[in-house]
Design a binder for this molecule. Sequence first.
Ligand SMILES: O=C(O)CCC(=O)C(=O)O
Length: 239
Amino acid sequence: MSKPSRKLSQPNITAWLNKKPRGSPSAATTNTPEPDPVVIKPPEIRELQGGTGTLTYYPRYFTKEQADRYLEYLEENLEWKRYPIKMFGKVVQQPRTIAYIGDKQYTYSGLTLGPTAWDPVVKEIANSLEDTLELPRDYFNFVLCNRYTSGAEYMGYHSDNESSLGERPIIASTSFGQARPFFFQHKLDKSLKIEYHLEHGSTLVMSGLTQKYWKHALPKRPSALYQTRINLTFRKVFH
Ligand SMILES: O=C(O)CCC(=O)C(=O)O
């Protein structure tokens, strides 16, 4: 991956995203407020031990207002379902609901998804990420979307190391809603651990050999005061 650009490309927010939030007074009766100024913190780049990968975290890839809109849109417009997957030879229900979008088929844990038509808003986010990361337009051809409606919903340790993603996949993971911890553990030296707190509107890019040498997980959390979290992982499926 080329060095991430510090000048972030903001998506051309669609008409849907520009409409006023539900329950707010109509624009005809009020002065329409200016949207939040785009205040993007620069990315934090972490080169992992001995060339075992790169993590690039954009704590505020989207403003709070944009992220609120995306969260509401994704919740309402994607087709969220719970699917059975194979874990250690057993078929189990995923402890979260998922949706997917992409031009390609993608298989993981015995589950084959896609292809399916792009949602225009998800495409807009994909194109924004491609511009920011200086990747070719339409580089990302599959998006796995995970939704967690309580702290009891989670994702166990795994790596996205399917051969279909290539040796050094670039995976951009954008989060909306409830902020949650996200853990990495080195596969060979289990004492090596990294923790992120994935914020509403943030993006974490995993690249280089991260999937080969590290596992990642979104652990369970106490459910009190819990809001829905939606995470989109943008991937390139080669075959
Ligand atoms: O929800 C998350 O942040 C975890 C996503 C993830 O690990 C994956 O899709 O492989």
